[in-house]
Design a protein. Structure first.
Length: 254
């Protein structure tokens, strides 16, 4: 028997931890132990699939579990986790179409899917990701992660080659890509950093934008700031390593 099944039975029989207890414990574990958190959220969903918070939190946990699986050997597992995350994320948005956290999480998952997709699929997802980010910001302008999502959207579009952008805009129905720009990428990521200055991921992506805009001094400042930040999330180990490698590259160029 799985832990999820046992927790579901306890929940259904009115024994053991209840929904609120499971949710609180899952939320406590979510940042550093997404696998353990997922067990709690899925136990709640096994008893009530319409639980909004459990849905978006389960989507987040699955996304976080997929994050470190970047090698080719783990691709199937990575794609499976993101597919599960998308199912939960879409259900959360159906349950609460104006909930900022649900909108952001679905956008995050689709963004991570797009990173490994071909150009046609990336264009198909691009409009939805941008719309989700904008709706999340409209629902809660103080949600730092939503600003990051929109900034990252601009960054990823602007990273496409001129030819790729031409094909996407004119042949693949990607007119929305015309809305992307480097200044928008920088503005949104600066906003994310201002709202949560100790989030490593915000500063790492802002540094990437600065480098793309040929501002190595500003990039270096963000990367050096990361060295003194605490690790708050499981993926911070990856981001910290990426920041260190980037800092070494920036230092070598300067």
């Amino acid at each position: 028997m799985t832990i999820t099944y046992l927790l579901f039975c306890s929940l259904a029989l009115g024994q053991g931890p209840g929904r609120d207890s499971l949710l609180a414990e899952g939320a406590r574990l979510a940042a550093m132990e997404p696998g353990a958190a997922l067990v709690r959220f899925e136990a709640i969903l096994a008893a009530d699939s319409s639980d909004l918070v459990a849905n978006w939190r389960a989507a987040t946990a699955l996304n976080d579990l997929a994050e470190p699986l970047g090698d080719r050997a783990s691709q199937t597992r990575h794609d499976s986790l993101l597919a599960g995350a998308e199912r939960y994320g879409r259900r959360a948005v159906r349950l609460a179409p104006e909930n900022a956290r649900a909108l952001f999480v679905l956008g995050l998952v689709l963004g991570n899917r797009a990173l490994d997709a071909g150009l046609k699929e990336r264009v198909r997802l691009a409009g939805e990701i941008r719309e989700l980010a904008l709706r999340a910001i409209a629902a809660d302008s103080l949600l730092d992660a939503a600003h990051h999502l929109l900034g990252r959207w601009n960054y990823e579009v602007m990273r496409l080659s001129g030819l790729q952008r031409f094909i996407a805009r004119n042949l693949l129905g990607g007119a929305v890509l015309r809305e992307a720009s480097w200044p928008k990428a920088e503005t949104e990521l600066l906003r994310a950093v201002a709202l949560d200055s100790t989030r490593i991921y915000h500063r790492l992506d802002l540094a990437r934008v600065y480098l793309a805009r040929r501002n190595p001094a500003a990039a270096e400042a963000q990367l050096r700031a990361i060295t003194s930040l605490p690790s708050r999330f499981a993926a911070d180990t990856i981001y910290r390593r990426q920041a260190a490698e980037l800092l070494e590259t920036v230092g070598g160029k300067r």
